[in-house]
Every structure is written in C-alpha cells, then in structure tokens.
Design a protein around this ligand. Structure first.
Ligand SMILES: Nc1ncnc2c1ncn2[C@@H]1O[C@H](COP(=O)(O)OP(=O)(O)OP(=O)(O)O)[C@@H](O)[C@H]1O
Length: 122
C-alpha cells in the first residue's frame, strides 16, 4: 500500500478525532464519569498532601492506566455489541477479558493510592 504524503492538516484531524473520543467517553459513559470524578479527587488530594515528584508520577501513571484500560474496554464493548446483539459465549469471553484489564488497572491504582495517601493522612 502506498503511503500518503505527510500532512500537518491530517495530523491535526487525527488529534481532533482522539479528543472527540475523550469527550464521548466522559460525556456518554457512566464509567467514564466515575473515573473522571475519582481522578479529580486523587489529584486534589495530591495537591493538598504536597506529594513528591515521584509520588506525583506514580499517581498520574495509575490514573492514566485506569483511563486507558476503561476507554479500551468501552471500545471493545461497543464493537462486540455491533458484531452480535445475541448472547454468544465468544462475546462473553471478549467482554470479560476487556473488563479484566480494567480490574487490574483499578487494583493497581488502589494499591498505589493506599501506599501514598494512607501514611500521609493517618
Ligand atoms: N452478547 C453477549 N453475549 C454473552 N455475554 C454477554 C453479552 N453481552 C454482555 N455479556 C456479559 O455481560 C457482561 C457485562 O456486559 P456489558 O456489555 O453490559 O458490560 P458492562 O461492563 O456492564 O457495561 P457498562 O459499560 O454499560 O457498565 C460481560 O462482561 C459479559 O460477561
């Protein structure tokens, strides 16, 4: 396949599609709103507790990991629903696997949050 010539306009368009995805995630998805609120609370607490640079890096990394996992999970769910609206064992496996990725990211975020915040709060 022949590569298209590089175009700044096309690159900017790609960014606008990505930002549209982010907007859809936070506006139309319940889980997106829950994760947004959790991220805002964690960031506010981090400012309040004057985290070190490395603690900030850890908190921002786990927030990003959860958001990335949830966005991919949402995207897989939408695609799976388009492939088949019927109950199908393969769709179940695909959706459960995508949900497992979110679960791992959330467990990691909770663990990092506990390690960093609990000693500073109590
Ligand atoms: N078409 C299907 N066939 C078989 N199992 C399904 C199907 N759709 C959903 N499931 C099962 O139900 C679970 C929940 O699916 P659903 O699409 O409602 O995800 P959810 O995480 O509840 O979505 P939401 O993002 O709306 O909270 C899946 O993990 C899967 O086990």
């Amino acid at each position: 396949m022949k590569n298209k010539p590089f175009s700044i306009r096309e690159r900017i368009k790609s960014f606008s599609y990505a930002f549209n995805g982010l907007r859809l995630f936070f506006i139309s998805e319940h889980n997106g709103r829950i994760h947004l609120v959790a991220a805002v609370v964690a960031i506010a607490l981090s400012f309040y507790l004057h985290l070190s640079t490395f603690e900030w890096i850890a908190i921002l990394s786990v927030i990003a990991a959860v958001l990335i996992a949830e966005i991919l999970n949402t995207s897989v769910e939408k695609l799976a629903d388009l492939v088949s609206t019927d109950i199908h064992p393969k769709i179940k496996i695909v959706k459960d696997l995508a949900a497992a990725a979110v679960l791992i990211a959330v467990i990691l975020a909770l663990a990092v949050g506990c390690f960093i915040f609990i000693p500073k709060l109590f």
